[in-house]
Design a protein around this ligand. Structure first.
Ligand SMILES: O=P(O)(O)OC[C@H]1O[C@](O)(CO)[C@@H](O)[C@@H]1O
Length: 552
């Protein structure tokens, strides 16, 4: 049974504390020197991906203890509960069944005793029809020209996943449609998008599970105004505006024709939206067959996570390694480093996935945790990051475990670009592992012509501690299938960590508070008077807004 008792009272936790004392001063460089089989020992394959986790501060005993921790925390049962549709999102009394959206098996999935699979499949079928009509120019704009542009209006999970997959799969865009993502409530963003578009050839998809999100509704309203002010008529709206939402009533009240609304369900969390009809902008760009391949990749990872023994289970291994650093090394961040231009949006998506899921400090039993939970997720595309923040990774006082993510083949194999890109990726993780000793620095300086005395002074600046952990995730190419399995891998890693930490990875009450306070501050910004119920700092900033607005 999962989630029973405190994590820190589990026997394996105590054993890991002792084990951490035993190995924390050992250097991975020595382990590699002694054990040429380390890569063989510490790598795992699943769903078209390979994870090399040999460059971690672990030995076989560490792995054994981490696996014991997983067993003692009831991880296998918690994974079963997730897939079986238990109400794992307890604070909202819901299951988290994004896996149903990519369930290619014959298994029924029940919500309130009803099999949801027919509705899921029917929705994909509707998406297929819709994509066919738009991509084959059967459904056109109001002056009968084919659509050239699609504007997806949505934020958070209704934006980040579809945006990531769209840029990750750019080589598969074959419809000639331009896809734009409008998320932020910022007059500059909407202006920059709309100024390039022709209303007669633009299709809008309003993506909001709740149809109540301030940014999305404001942007959607502004897009509708722009459409009407620039040649479109009220009668044309239904040709140009579609929606994906669980709130059909609000979407129809907004003016979207009911037949143009694709469903979303409360058993799909916002950050898992990509797999639902929220993936429509992506499907329009790459076609439904490629979209189905993306789902199949995710399904392959689901099946792996659901059935593989813990010791060979890629998401579980990644979850345990993350926990090892957060809870025993006191690490509070984790870097995501894709070495692929097309995967440049991955860090932003994983920030939401991980930090909105496991940025929690109360357990499912309602107790304050006495250990740390989700780390700060950050990162950026290689090699750009090497010329920016990697310095801190190598020599800073903090250490941040890194995930290097790299396709071994490029969609654009020009010259030796890809070998250079991959060599940078591999040598960065190598440098993090081995570092540079003072002796090596001295010898290097002397070899460059420096005197011994000078070398002794300069060498300490050049010492790189090394022993900094990283994973390398690789695959042949960023195809719909591998991108699907990659995203699902992280979803399951995060879920497994939440299960181990005993938190609810599927709610986000902190975000809700920001939304509530945002409304109060907005009325103060738009009003004349100072609000007594707002703190002094915020009031000072509100006064500054009023003053500067008047000066313009
Ligand atoms: O799809 P909606 O309801 O507009 O919500 C957008 C996003 O807001 C959140 O609730 C909070 O950021 C996310 O979980 C969700 O993806």
């Amino acid at each position: 049974m999962a989630y029973q008792g405190s994590l820190t009272s589990v026997q394996a936790w105590q054993d890991l504390q002792q084990h951490h004392q035993d190995i924390r001063d050992q250097h991975m460089r020595d382990w590699f020197a002694k054990d040429p089989q380390r890569f063989e020992r510490f790598h795992v394959e699943a769903a078209g991906l390979t994870l090399d986790y040999s460059k971690n501060r672990i030995n076989q005993h560490t792995v054994q203890l981490l696996l014991e921790l997983a067993q003692q925390r009831g991880l296998p049962g918690a994974i079963r509960n997730l897939f079986q549709g238990e109400h794992v999102n307890r604070s909202e009394d819901r299951p988290a069944l994004h896996t149903a959206l990519r369930n290619f098996s014959e298994r029924e999935i029940l919500v309130n005793d009803v099999n949801i699979m027919p509705e899921v499949r029917h929705t994909v079928h509707r998406m297929e029809e819709f994509c066919w009509k738009i991509r084959r120019n059967q459904w056109r704009g109001y002056d009968n020209r084919p659509f050239t542009d699609v504007v997806s209006i949505g934020i958070g999970g209704s934006f980040l996943g579809p945006k990531l997959a769209s840029s990750a799969l750019k080589p598969y865009w074959d419809s000639g449609l331009n896809i734009h993502y409008l998320a932020n409530i910022d007059g500059s963003h909407i202006t920059e998008i709309l100024k390039r578009l022709d209303p007669a050839t633009t299709l809008f998809i309003v993506q909001s599970k709740s149809f109540g999100t301030q940014e999305t509704l404001k942007n959607a309203t502004a897009c509708r105004r722009w459409f009407l002010d620039n040649g479109g008529s009220e009668q044309d709206l239904s040709r140009h505006f579609t929606a994906v939402s669980a709130n059909v009533q609000k979407a129809t009240e907004f003016g979207i024709a009911e037949e143009n609304i694709f469903p979303m369900w409360d058993w799909v969390g916002g950050r898992y939206s990509l797999w639902s009809a929220m993936g429509l902008p992506l499907a329009l760009a790459i076609g439904i067959d490629n979209f189905r391949d993306l789902l199949r990749g995710a399904y392959a990872m689901d099946e792996h996570f659901r059935t593989a023994p813990l010791a060979e289970n890629m998401p579980v291994i990644m979850a345990l390694l993350g926990l090892w650093y957060v809870n025993f090394f006191g690490v509070n961040s984790h870097a995501i480093l894709p070495y692929d231009h097309y995967l440049r949006s991955l860090p932003a998506h994983l920030q939401q996935l991980d930090m909105e899921s496991n940025g929690k400090s109360i357990t499912l039993d309602g107790n304050q945790v006495d250990y740390h939970t989700g780390p700060i997720i950050w990162g950026g595309v290689g090699t750009n990051g090497q010329h920016a923040f990697h310095q801190l990774l190598h020599q800073g006082t903090h250490f941040s475990p890194c995930d290097f993510i790299v396709p071994m083949c490029s969609h654009n194999p020009i010259d030796n670009f890809h070998a250079m890109l991959v060599s940078n990726c591999l040598s960065q993780s190598q440098a993090l592992l081995q570092g540079k000793s003072e002796q090596e620095a001295i010898e290097e300086l002397i070899a460059s012509g420096m005197s011994k005395a000078e070398a002794l002074v300069l060498a300490p600046q050049k010492v790189i501690p090394g022993n900094r952990p990283s994973n390398t995730l690789y695959f042949p190419k960023a195809t719909p299938h591998t991108v699907g399995s990659l995203i699902a891998l992280y979803e399951h890693k995060v879920a497994a960590q939440g299960m181990l930490w005993g938190v609810n990875s599927f709610d986000q009450w902190g975000v809700e508070l920001g939304k509530q306070l945002g409304n109060r501050v907005l009325s103060a910004l738009e009003g004349e008077t100072i609000a007594d119920d707002i703190d002094g700092s915020t009031n000072g900033l509100i006064r500054a807004f009023h003053k500067m607005q008047q000066q313009l």
